[in-house]
Unconditional design. Structure first.
Length: 768
C-alpha cells in the first residue's frame, strides 16, 4: 500500500499544496521551517487525526498543526494498494458562527476511489486499512522527529515486543505484567473493597446525594447559571454584531463626507459660474423695469395713436365745416360779392326804368310820328327815327337790366341764398369761420395745438422706447416690431436672469450648508478618512449602502448596543443574585461538573481496568507466541539489514529474553548503548524495517522517516537508501524528510544508475 498523492488544503504553514508520490523512495528535501515535518504530520493526520491534548510540555497537535491563518486543517490523500484504491478526506474546521478554535469539529470521509462507495464510517482510516492503531503506527512505521533529530535506540527490543502486542513501544513487556497487576490493584481490589475505582464510586455517591439535595434547594441557581451562560454568549455575539454595524455606519459617514466634499466643491464652482453669468447680465440694468418701461411706452404710444386719431377726426370734422382761410384780399373780394349783387340789382332797376322810359318815349314818338306823318313828313320821320332810336335804346337798356338780373341771381345762387340780406349774412359767416383757422382761441386752433402736443409726446415716448429697446434688439424702422422683438428678447433675458438668480440662490444656500467640509484644513482629513474606510471590509460594504441601509446599520448598532447594555445590566443583577445564593448554598453546577469529571475518570478507569485485565491475559499468551514465532524472524531480519547497512561489520544482532538488543562481532558481544549514535540509529531502523517486513509481508504501509538519518555517515546512509530504493521496487513506499542535500544527492545517483521509482521533492517549491 502506498500514498499516491496528497492535496494539502490547509495544514500548518502549507495551503493549497499538491504532492504526487512514487511507490518507492521519496525524499522531501528542504531547510528547517520549510514544512517537511508538517507534511509528515499531515500523513498521520489523514490516517488518524490530530490529538487535542498537550503532552510533556509540548503543544497539542491540533494547536501546532492547524493552519496558522485559518486555525483549520484539511486535505485529501489517495492510497493505492494491490487490490483497492482509497480516497481519504479529512477536515478540522470551526463551525459557522463560532470564533473559538477550541470548538473545532472534525469530518472524515473514506471512499473507494474506483467505485465511489463510502467506506469505514466508524473507524479511523489507518486502523481500517492497515489494521494498526494510531499508537502502533507511531511506534513502528512512523518514525517522528525527536528533539535532537535522533532516533532513540534505548529499549528498542522491548518496543518491538510491545508493538507486536499493544502498539506501545514505551513499555517493557516483561515488566508489563507486574506493572499491570500493580495498576489493577491500584484501580480495584479483587474483593472490590478498595482501590481508586472504589474510592471514586464512594465519592460519586456522596456528590450525587449532595447534588440532589443542592438541586432541590438551589433550582434557581441552576436556572440563573444557565441564563448567565446564555447571556454571556448573547452579549458577546451582540457586541460583535453591534461593532460590525457601527463600523459600517462609521465608514458610510466617512465615505458620505467625501461625497459631500465633492458635492461642495462642485457647488462652489457652480456658484462662481453663476456669479459670472449674472454679472454679464448686470450690464442690462433692471431688465424687469425696462420691460415694464417698454410695455408702458408701447401702451402709451397706442394711447397716443388713439388720441391722435380721435383728435384728428375731430379736427377734420371742424376742418370740413370751416372754409379755407382767406387773405385780406380774399375777404375783400368775398365781401364785394354783396356789393356786386346789390350793384347789379340797382343797375338792373336803373336799366329797367330807362328801358321802360325809352319804350314809353319810343311809343310816344311812334304815335307822334304816326300822327305827325300827316302833318309834317320830316317831323314825322324825325319822330319815327327818334322812336326807333328810343326803341333800340330801350331794348338795349332792357337787355342790360336782364344781364344785371342774371348776374344778381348768379351771385345769390352761388351762395345758396335768395336775397341780399341773407347773402350778406352768409358771406359774413364765411369770413368769420375762415378767420377761425388762425384764431388761437378758436376750437380749430385749440385742436391743432392739442394734436401738436400729442405728436410731441408720442415722438418723445417713441424716442424713449427706442433708446430702451436697442439694448435688447437691433433698431428697425417699425417701432411695433422693434418693441415686440425687444420685449421678447428682454423677457428671455429676464427669464434667464430669473432662472440663474434662483439657481444662484439655491446653490448659494446649498453651499452654505457645506461650511463644515469646505474648510481647507478638513479636506485632506476627510479624503484620507474616506480612503482608509474604503480599505476596510466594512467600508467596502458601506460603499454600496443607500441612506436607508446606513440608517438601518446605525439603528442596528444602537439597538445592539442598547441590548448589550440591557443584557449586561440583567447579567449584573443575575450575578448579584447568584452571589447571594451561592453564599448560602452549594452550587449544583460545580457538583455536576465534579460528578461529570468523576464519571469520566471512573469510566476511563473502568475501561482501563478491563483493558489491563484483558491485556494481562493476552500479554502472557502473546508473549509466548511472539518469542516462539515472530521474534526470531525479526531478529534474523534486523541482523541481515544491519549487516548490510554496516558493510558486514555488524552482521548479527542478539535479543535476550527481556528483548534487550546487542550486536555480536567476531571477538565479543556489544550492547547497543556502547556504540555510536549512527550505529544505534541504523540498528533502530533495522529493527523497525524488520518489524515492518514481518508484520506486513504482502502489502506493507508506507514508512515515514522524519530526520531519522541525520547522525549517519554517507556510506551507511547510501546503503540504507539503496535498500529503501530496492524495497520500493517491490512495493515498499518510504518517505524520508531531510534538511540536508545528502539524501537527495544519493537518490539522484541511484536514479542515474537505474530506472527505479524514486524521486526528490524540494519543499521550497511547495510552501506558499
Amino acid at each position: 500500500m502506498y500514498i499516491k498523492s496528497m492535496h494539502i488544503t490547509s495544514f500548518g504553514p502549507l495551503k493549497e499544496t499538491d504532492i504526487t508520490l512514487t511507490p518507492g523512495l521519496n525524499i522531501f528535501e528542504g531547510p528547517n521551517e520549510s514544512g517537511k515535518s508538517s507534511v509528515a504530520m499531515f500523513i498521520k493526520f489523514m490516517l488518524y487525526g490530530l490529538s487535542g491534548r498537550s503532552t510533556d510540555g509540548e503543544l497539542a497537535e491540533r494547536t501546532k498543526y492547524a493552519n496558522w491563518d485559518t486555525g483549520c486543517a484539511a486535505g485529501t490523500m489517495i492510497l493505492s494498494g494491490t487490490q483497492q484504491e482509497y480516497r481519504i478526506e479529512r477536515e478540522l474546521y470551526v463551525p459557522v458562527g463560532q470564533l473559538d478554535r477550541d470548538t473545532l469539529r472534525e469530518r472524515v470521509v473514506v471512499t473507494d476511489n474506483l467505485t465511489g462507495e463510502r467506506l469505514f464510517r466508524d473507524k479511523a482510516p489507518g486502523e481500517a486499512i492497515f489494521g494498526m492503531t494510531e499508537q502502533m503506527f507511531c511506534n513502528s512505521v512512523f518514525v517522528r522527529q525527536l528533539g535532537d533529530t535522533s532516533i532513540d535506540g534505548t529499549g528498542m527490543t522491548e518496543a518491538i515486543e510491545n508493538i507486536l502486542l499493544s502498539g506501545d513501544e514505551g513499555l517493557d513487556s516483561r515488566k508489563a505484567m507486574r506493572i499491570l497487576d500493580n495498576e489493577r490493584k491500584a484501580l480495584l481490589y479483587k474483593n472490590g473493597g478498595g482501590g481508586k475505582i472504589y474510592e471514586l464510586q464512594q465519592e460519586l455517591r456522596r456528590l450525587e446525594s449532595q447534588r440532589d439535595a443542592a438541586t432541590e434547594q438551589n433550582g434557581e441557581i441552576i436556572a440563573l447559571e444557565s441564563a448567565a451562560a446564555d447571556s454571556e454568549a448573547r452579549i458577546a455575539q451582540r457586541k460583535q454584531m453591534g461593532m460590525q454595524f457601527a463600523q459600517q455606519a462609521d465608514a458610510y459617514d466617512k465615505i458620505q463626507r467625501k461625497i459631500r466634499l465633492d458635492e461642495a466643491l462642485a457647488c462652489r464652482d457652480q456658484v462662481r459660474q453663476l456669479e459670472e453669468q449674472l454679472s454679464a447680465l448686470d450690464s442690462y440694468g433692471d431688465i424687469r423695469e425696462k420691460i415694464q418701461t417698454m410695455e408702458r411706452l408701447s401702451d402709451g404710444l397706442s394711447v397716443w395713436e388713439t388720441k391722435l386719431r380721435t383728435m384728428r377726426r375731430s379736427q377734420a370734422d371742424i376742418d370740413d365745416s370751416l372754409p379755407p382761410e382767406m387773405t385780406a384780399e380774399e375777404e375783400a373780394e368775398t365781401r364785394s360779392q354783396t356789393e356786386q349783387a346789390a350793384s347789379a340789382m340797382r343797375s338792373r332797376k336803373s336799366a329797367f326804368t330807362v328801358s321802360l322810359i325809352l319804350f314809353i318815349l319810343a311809343a310816344a314818338a311812334g304815335c307822334a310820328s304816326f300822327f305827325l306823318h300827316s302833318v309834317d313828313a320830316y317831323l314825322a320821320m324825325g319822330a319815327g327815327i327818334f322812336a326807333g332810336i328810343a326803341a333800340v335804346c330801350g331794348i338795349a337798356a332792357f337787355a342790360h337790366s336782364l344781364s344785371k338780373l342774371k348776374k344778381y341771381h348768379t351771385i345769390l345762387s352761388e351762395w345758396g341764398v335768395s336775397d341780399i340780406e341773407t347773402l350778406e349774412e352768409v358771406i359774413n359767416e364765411k369770413i368769420h369761420l375762415s378767420r377761425q383757422r388762425s384764431d388761437p382761441a378758436s376750437e380749430y386752433c385749440v385742436w391743432e395745438q392739442e394734436i401738436a402736443k400729442a405728436e410731441a409726446g408720442k415722438a418723445e415716448d417713441t424716442q424713449s422706447l427706442r433708446a430702451c429697446a436697442v439694448l435688447f434688439t437691433e433698431e428697425v424702422p417699425d417701432t411695433d416690431i422693434m418693441t415686440e422683438n425687444a420685449v421678447t428678447a428682454a423677457k428671455d433675458l429676464l427669464a434667464e436672469q430669473t432662472k440663474l438668480t434662483e439657481t444662484y440662490h439655491t446653490a448659494s444656500g446649498r453651499l452654505s450648508t457645506f461650511a463644515d467640509v469646505l474648510d481647507p484644513a478638513m479636506q485632506n482629513e476627510i479624503t484620507s478618512q474616506a480612503a482608509a474606510a474604503l480599505a476596510t471590509e466594512a467600508g467596502r460594504q458601506a460603499a454600496g449602502f443607500s441612506r436607508e441601509e446606513a440608517d438601518k446599520a446605525r439603528r442596528n448598532a444602537g439597538l445592539y448596543r442598547s441590548n448589550v447594555e440591557a443584557d449586561q445590566k440583567q447579567q449584573l443583577e443575575r450575578e448579584k443574585k447568584l452571589s447571594a445564593l451561592r453564599a448560602v448554598s452549594v452550587s449544583p453546577a460545580d457538583l455536576a461538573e465534579k460528578i461529570g469529571n468523576i464519571n469520566e475518570e471512573l469510566t476511563a478507569l473502568q475501561k482501563r481496568y478491563k483493558g489491563i485485565t484483558a491485556a494481562m491475559e493476552a500479554l502472557e499468551a502473546a508473549g509466548n507466541n511472539l518469542r516462539a514465532g515472530l521474534l526470531p524472524r525479526i531478529v534474523s531480519e534486523s541482523g541481515l539489514l544491519l549487516g548490510m547497512f554496516s558493510g558486514g561489520k555488524y552482521p548479527t544482532v542478539g535479543v535476550t529474553k527481556d528483548f534487550s538488543m546487542n550486536i555480536i562481532t567476531q571477538d565479543k558481544t556489544r550492547e547497543l548503548d556502547y556504540l555510536s549514535a549512527g550505529t544505534r540509529d541504523a540498528a533502530y531502523v533495522s529493527l523497525r524495517y524488520a518489524l515492518l517486513n514481518v508484520l506486513f509481508p504482502d502489502d506493507p504501509p508506507p514508512a515515514v522517516f522524519d530526520e531519522s538519518f541525520s547522525r549517519m555517515d554517507a556510506d551507511r546512509l547510501s546503503k540504507i537508501l539503496t535498500m529503501l530504493s530496492a524495497a520500493g521496487e517491490r512495493g515498499n513506499q518510504s518517505l524520508l524528510f531531510s534538511c540536508r542535500a545528502l539524501e537527495g544527492e544519493i537518490v539522484q545517483s541511484l536514479l542515474q544508475s537505474g530506472d527505479g521509482t524514486d524521486q526528490v521533492i524540494h519543499m521550497s517549491d511547495k510552501i506558499q
